[in-house]
Design a protein around this ligand. Structure first.
Ligand SMILES: [Zn+2]
Length: 134
């Protein structure tokens, strides 16, 4: 099996709910690599590889629509400290290039899958803890 295939599978298994199936020979108009990925609901479709790699896309369109309503509710959170701490938490634990990775991810400190994929999940726990503190 080609190395990129293994790498692609590892990436998607770790940070994404989309399962990598294969790579398209055809690229997008802008020259981006396209992957065929399967959502955990079973739907498979074409995705831009970089978007999957960088966790920009987690679900098929159908699932995205379903969780869309929930997302809109918390959409206003994007510029808040909670949202940035979620981003930096993922960075520390998953991004090998992060300056803090050595103290977190490299030591086996990991983010649970629910949190990686969903700021909403993270926010729910965070909100609960805030209430305890206050
Ligand atoms: Zn789906």
């Amino acid at each position: 099996m080609q190395l990129w295939f293994t790498i692609a599978q590892t990436i998607t298994a770790k940070v994404n709910m989309l399962k990598f199936l294969s790579e398209f020979s055809e690229r997008t108009k802008d020259g981006h690599i396209q992957w065929l990925c399967q959502c955990n609901c079973g739907n498979s479709s074409k995705y831009m590889a970089t978007r999957v790699k960088h966790n920009r896309v987690n679900h098929c369109q159908e699932c995205s629509r379903k969780i869309g309503a929930e997302k809109i509710k918390i959409h206003g959170m994007r510029n808040t400290a909670t949202y940035s701490s979620w981003i930096s938490m993922k960075d520390r634990c998953l991004n090998k290039k992060s300056k803090d990775f050595q103290s977190y991810g490299a030591r086996g400190i990991n983010v649970c899958k629910e949190w990686i994929n969903s700021f909403e999940q993270f926010y729910k726990i965070w909100e609960k803890n805030q209430k305890k503190i206050n």
